[in-house]
Design a protein around this ligand. Sequence first.
Ligand SMILES: Nc1ncnc2c1ncn2[C@@H]1O[C@H](COP(=O)(O)OP(=O)(O)OP(=O)(O)O)[C@@H](O)[C@H]1O
Length: 213
Amino acid sequence: MISVEDLTVAYGDVTPLDGLTVELGPHPTAVMGPSGSGKSTLLRVVAGLQRPSAGLVEIDGTPPRQASWRSGGDPRVALIHQDYRLVPFLTVEENLRLAAEVRGEDLDDDEVGERLAAVRLDHLDRARLPGTLSGGEQQRLAIARALGPGVSVLLADEPTGALDAENTAVVTDLLVDLGAGRGVQVVIATHDASVAERAAAVYRVDQGRLVRG
Ligand SMILES: Nc1ncnc2c1ncn2[C@@H]1O[C@H](COP(=O)(O)OP(=O)(O)OP(=O)(O)O)[C@@H](O)[C@H]1O
């Protein structure tokens, strides 16, 4: 459970989040709102990538570990993005292995296969570079890379923003099914009504707060 209490984030004169209090759930949850309303900011704070100006965020009762070179990120939280952020000069397999190594995992060949199968990419040549994959395939690889064994929260920042309708449906299905199958709370920031339709709860950012409905 993601609990947010009186959260404020200000950047100089701009205060996208202003006294936001919410229990974010159940799985999957969608967060909507106009461009610049603070969706990405909220996800970064929940992921421990950014400290709030004020207020408290807790995941299952403890604040996210602040990401740093020394500590890494919070092992409970994964974050994926509209532009995938795969390492362009590493192969499919190397992208998976690199993220796993950072988390302290050592994947054997079968485990690489299992990670790819979980996102229905087991047919893929593991030696391909991300740039040779379709957008939908790249996002599925990014999801496979994000889902380490200890992850209980997957934050998706406009995960289908660069995809056509067909791939949007495939990626949304995967996020919903993988989350349900593994007990992972998925939170999707999106502009896409077809994605929000799949959510168990939909929130909108309104004047710095989240309103359900
Ligand atoms: N590091 C930063 N420094 C200064 N201003 C920032 C910073 N990050 C975000 N902002 C501003 O805060 C506001 C909220 O931005 P944010 O990216 O969280 O919104 P968003 O709802 O995710 O937008 P979009 O849907 O376009 O991605 C914007 O006005 C943005 O310019």
